[in-house]
Design a protein around this ligand. Structure first.
Ligand SMILES: Nc1nc2c(ncn2[C@@H]2O[C@H](COP(=O)(O)OP(=O)(O)OP(=O)(O)O)[C@@H](O)[C@H]2O)c(=O)[nH]1
Ligand SMILES: [Mg+2]
Length: 464
C-alpha cells in the first residue's frame, strides 16, 4: 500500500468481534462513506436531514431484493473529527455472523473495499491524528489484561511518550541550529560552542532523559507481555493444586497419581495489576514413559525462559535426590522455595531447611486449603519487581522498537559528545545530532518507511 493511496478509496470492515452478541458494528471510512451509508440506510421518518455526529434509527435494505436486512442505528461523522480524520459511517446492527456478513457485503457492493488489518488506525496516523507511539498504544490497549497494563497503554495513547520524544527532538533541533550557525558564520564569536555549554545541554537535555527512558523498558516489557512464572518440582508435590488455588479455578487436573500433568498449562494471572503468565508443568523425575519424557522436555524449555521459578517441595515427605537435581537445574534463575502441604506433619528433613538454603526466600503453603497464598503473592511481587512498579503513578515505558531507536539515538549522542570533547569539526558533530534526531523521529513516525508501517499495522486486527 502506498502512503497517499489511502486518501482515495473508502474502506469498510466489521469492527466488533464476530459472534452472537448484542451489537455489532460495521465501520466505513473514506470519501464515499456517507454516500454508501445513505444508499443502504432507510431512515425512519426519513424527513430529517442527516447531521454529522448524530445517531439515526432505521433499517438496512438490500435495494436489489428490497428486503430489510436488519434494524439499525447509524452514525454519520464528517471529517476531520473522526477516528481516521476521514468521513466515517458506523452501522450498529445486531451481532451475528450472517447479519454482519450480509451488511458488509452490501457496503462493499456499494463501493467500499475491505479494510486491511489496522488500516483505520494507519489512516489515523497518515492523516496526522495520532503518531506511531499512539497507534501502537491502541494495540496495547486492546490487548491489556490487567489494570496496570491498561494504565501504560492509556498513558501512551494520551501521548505520554510522544511528548517526551518531541521534547528531546526540540532540544536536539536547538543544538543543531547552534551548530549550523557556527558552520555558516565561522568568524562570529559563537562562544556557546566553546564546548562546555553545549556539552552540558547535550548531557542534561538529551543523553540523561534517553537513559532514563531506557531504564523503563523492562517495566514496559512486563506490563505488555506479562512475566513468565513457572511452577516446577518433582511429581505430586502439588504444582497443579497451586496453580488452581492461585487462579481460583480448577484449570489443571489434580490426582494423587505422580505424573498427572504432561503438558505445560499456561494461564494469565493478574498480580496487583501486573500481568503474569503462570505455568504449571510436568513434574521432573527419571521417567521411562515417552509422553512423560516429552512433558519434562517442555518443562525444561520453559524453565530456561522463565522470569521466576516457584520451586515446589512437599514438606511432608523426605527431601529426595530429584528435588536437589531440580534445584540444580534452576541454576541462578530468580526463584522462590515453596514448601507445600504444610497442613500435614512436617518431615524431619525440613526441620533445618532454612539453614540448608540460607540464600533462598522460603514460603510455606497448603495448596489444598489455600494457606499462605497471600504470602506467596507478596513474595512473588517483591522478588521480581523489587521496588519497581509498586506505585500507582502512571508510567511511560518504551517497547522493543522504541528501545532500539533510543539506543541508536544514544549512540549518536555519545559520539557527538566525544567529538565535542576532542574539539572536532562542527560538521561532524552536526552530523551526529542529525543521526540522533532521525532515530528519535522513527519512534514517533516523523521519519518512517513503508516496511515499518506494514510491520506495525499488520499486528492489528481487521476493523481496527
Ligand atoms: N494435604 C495436602 N495435599 C495436597 C496439597 N497440595 C496438593 N495436595 C495433593 O497432592 C496430590 C498431588 O497434587 P497435584 O497438584 O496433582 O501435584 P502435581 O505436583 O501437579 O503432580 P504432577 O502433575 O503429577 O507432577 C493430590 O492428591 C493433591 O490433592 C496440600 O497442600 N496439602
Ligand atoms: Mg500436576
Amino acid at each position: 500500500m502506498k502512503l497517499c493511496e489511502s486518501f482515495e478509496d473508502t474502506i469498510a470492515a466489521i469492527a466488533t468481534p464476530i459472534g452472537a452478541g448484542g451489537i455489532g458494528i460495521i465501520k466505513i471510512s473514506g470519501p464515499e462513506a456517507w454516500a454508501i451509508g445513505r444508499r443502504l440506510f432507510d431512515q425512519s421518518g426519513s424527513l430529517e436531514t442527516i447531521q454529522s455526529h448524530h445517531l439515526y434509527h432505521g433499517h438496512i435494505v438490500d435495494s436489489k431484493t428490497e428486503k430489510t436486512v436488519d434494524e439499525v442505528l447509524v452514525s454519520f461523522m464528517h471529517a476531520p473529527s473522526t477516528y481516521t480524520r476521514e468521513d466515517v459511517v458506523e452501522i450498529n446492527c445486531h451481532s451475528g455472523f450472517a447479519v454482519l456478513d450480509r451488511i458488509l457485503d452490501l457496503v462493499i457492493r456499494a463501493g467500499a473495499r475491505l479494510a486491511e488489518p489496522g488500516e483505520f488506525t494507519r489512516r489515523a496516523f497518515l492523516n496526522g491524528r495520532i503518531d506511531l507511539t499512539q497507534a501502537e498504544a491502541v494495540l496495547d490497549l486492546i490487548h491489556s489484561k490487567t489494570k496496570r497494563s491498561l494504565d501504560l497503554a492509556s498513558e501512551h495513547l494520551r501521548g505520554g511518550l510522544q511528548t517526551i520524544i518531541t521534547e528531546l527532538r526540540d532540544h536536539l533541533l536547538d543544538i543543531l541550529a547552534m551548530l549550523e550557525a557556527a558552520i555558516d558564520f565561522p568568524d562570529e564569536d559563537l562562544e556557546i560552542l566553546a564546548g562546555e555549554h553545549l556539552a552540558v545541554r547535550f548531557r542534561q537535555q538529551v543523553r540523561d532523559p534517553i537513559n532514563e527512558l531506557l531504564e523503563h523498558y523492562e517495566d514496559g516489557r512486563i506490563l505488555r507481555e506479562g512475566l513468565a512464572v513457572i511452577i516446577a518440582g518433582k511429581p505430586n508435590v502439588g504444582k497443579s493444586s497451586l496453580l488452581n488455588k492461585l487462579l481460583r479455578s480448577n484449570r489443571a487436573l489434580v490426582t494423587p497419581v505422580p505424573g498427572t500433568t504432561r503438558d505445560v498449562i499456561e494461564e494469565s494471572f493478574s498480580l496487583r495489576g501486573i500481568p503474569l503468565r503462570l505455568m504449571d508443568t510436568a513434574g521432573l523425575r527419571q521417567a521411562e514413559e515417552l509422553v512423560e519424557k516429552l512433558g519434562m522436555e517442555f518443562t525444561r524449555e520453559r524453565l530456561a525462559q522463565a522470569d521466576l521459578v516457584l520451586f515446589l517441595l512437599d514438606r511432608s515427605t523426605p527431601l529426595a535426590p530429584e528435588d536437589l537435581q531440580i534445584y540444580k537445574d534452576i541454576g541462578n534463575k530468580p526463584r522462590l522455595l515453596v514448601l507445600n502441604k504444610v497442613d500435614l506433619e512436617a518431615h524431619p528433613d525440613f526441620a533445618a531447611i532454612r539453614d540448608r538454603f540460607p540464600e533462598e526466600t522460603i514460603v510455606e503453603t497448603s495448596a489444598l486449603y489455600g494457606d499462605g497464598m497471600e504470602e506467596l503473592k507478596d513474595a512473588v511481587f517483591l522478588s521480581i519487581l523489587g521496588g519497581r512498579l509498586d506505585t500507582e503513578t502512571s508510567v511511560v515505558a518504551p517497547n522493543l522498537r522504541h528501545k532500539l531507536c533510543l539506543e541508536r539515538s544514544l549512540e549518536a549522542v555519545n559520539r557527538g559528545l566525544e567529538l565535542l570533547d576532542d574539539q572536532s569539526s562542527t560538521e561532524l558533530i552536526a552530523f551526529e545530532v542529525q543521526e540522533a534526531l532521525a532515530h528519535l523521529g522513527e519512534i514517533v513516525g516523523v521519519t518512517t518507511t513503508e516496511d515499518l508501517l506494514d510491520q506495525i499495522f499488520s499486528r492489528f486486527c481487521i476493523g481496527k
